[in-house]
Design a protein around this ligand. Structure first.
Ligand code: SF4
Ligand code: FES
Length: 245
């Protein structure tokens, strides 16, 4: 396939960004989207030009590093698919493809398609953990946990912290991410002890960092590559109200 790419290029956080056009003349339908960009970058390097900066790591949908808005949709709009798992077979010969970084006040652009998602780490640092003495691995059955609670926690734990929910939300809200992290720990015996403190600190930190509020657009759930459900936002709200009392 031959594609025409319109890629966001920006030299730094304070530089002005612009869309630049590149040809991708020999794209295999079996390539991943990132492999296709690797080929474009190889050509740019051969020509002595600056390659397109983009985030990636595992390339198997588990680390949350890849972060591109493709044709206006975070991760490209394939259900439960990260950019690294998006394959070129979903495109057609002659397509024009627009590639942009996450756009959110809380995620400043570092370069081209790379944004600073440190704000999500700050929300986790505020309370998304369990305080305990590390040591030997505890016995598997030392804390009996009911199967429905374990399943619920596991569903929430699927969040990979990619930030697509923030990029998709018209308010730039991080409540799906925060809801997943709060819910995951709130239903487990180890996490219940600090549940009130956690939800207050994580919610306050999210506000301070410039993330918006939720007004039920559900764009977050639609763009989440891990299928995180908005029921975790409802759980976050319930935990927050409980903590107020
Ligand atoms: S909730 Fe989904 S979209 Fe948001 S950070 Fe987690 S995995 Fe990414
Ligand atoms: S590179 Fe790890 S999830 Fe895409």
């Amino acid at each position: 396939m031959k594609l025409t790419l319109h890629v966001w290029r920006q030299n730094g956080p304070d530089a002005e960004g612009r869309l630049e056009t590149y040809d991708a003349p020999d794209v295999s339908p079996d390539q991943s989207f990132l492999e296709m960009l690797d080929d474009v970058n190889e050509e740019l390097v051969k020509e002595g030009k600056d390659p397109i900066a983009f985030d990636h790591d595992c390339r198997e949908g588990i680390c949350g590093m890849c972060s591109q808005v493709i044709d206006g949709v975070p991760h490209g709009g394939m259900e439960r698919t990260t950019v690294c798992q998006l394959h070129m077979r979903v495109f057609n010969d002659g397509d024009e493809v627009f590639i942009e970084p996450w756009k959110s006040r809380a995620f400043p652009v570092i370069k081209d398609l790379v944004v600073d998602r440190g704000a999500l780490d700050k929300i986790i640092q505020a309370g998304g953990y369990v305080s305990c003495h590390t040591g030997g691995v505890p016995d598997g059955n030392a804390h009996p946990i009911a199967k429905p609670s374990a399943d619920y926690a596991m569903d929430a734990a699927e969040c990979i912290g990619c930030g697509a929910c923030v990029a998709a939300c018209p308010n730039g809200s991080a409540v799906l991410f925060t809801g997943a992290k709060v819910s995951q720990l709130a239903v487990l015996p180890q996490g219940k002890i600090e549940a009130k403190r956690r939800v207050n600190l994580m919610t306050e930190t999210s506000k301070e960092l410039g993330f918006g509020n939720c007004t039920n657009h559900y764009e977050c759930q639609a763009s989440c590559p891990k299928g995180i459900d908005v029921k975790f936002i409802a759980k976050l709200n319930r935990e927050y109200i409980k903590a107020l009392f």
